[in-house]
Write a protein that binds this ligand. Structure first.
Ligand code: SF4
Ligand code: SF4
Length: 59
């Protein structure tokens, strides 16, 4: 499961493009992740330029 520090996000959409499960949704000023579909690959965590996303392994 991915935790989102939404107050830091600039909604650039970069994470959406890399998600193999297509479970990240970014709108004008919101981001959400469908936990049931997430496969915990952490690609989004690695690609986010400002470390908005945190995987369970990094707590
Ligand atoms: S890559 Fe990071 S800053 Fe960009 S939309 Fe995703 S979480 Fe937000
Ligand atoms: S961990 Fe992988 S599957 Fe889950 S939201 Fe991030 S990119 Fe998508």
């Amino acid at each position: 499961m991915i935790h989102i520090k939404e107050n830091l996000c600039d909604f650039c959409g970069t994470c959406v493009a890399v998600c193999p499960a297509d479970c990240i949704e970014v709108r004008e000023a919101s981001i959400s992740i469908e936990d049931e579909s997430c496969i915990d690959c952490d690609l989004c965590v690695e690609i986010c330029p400002i470390e908005v996303l945190v995987g369970d392994n990094e707590n």
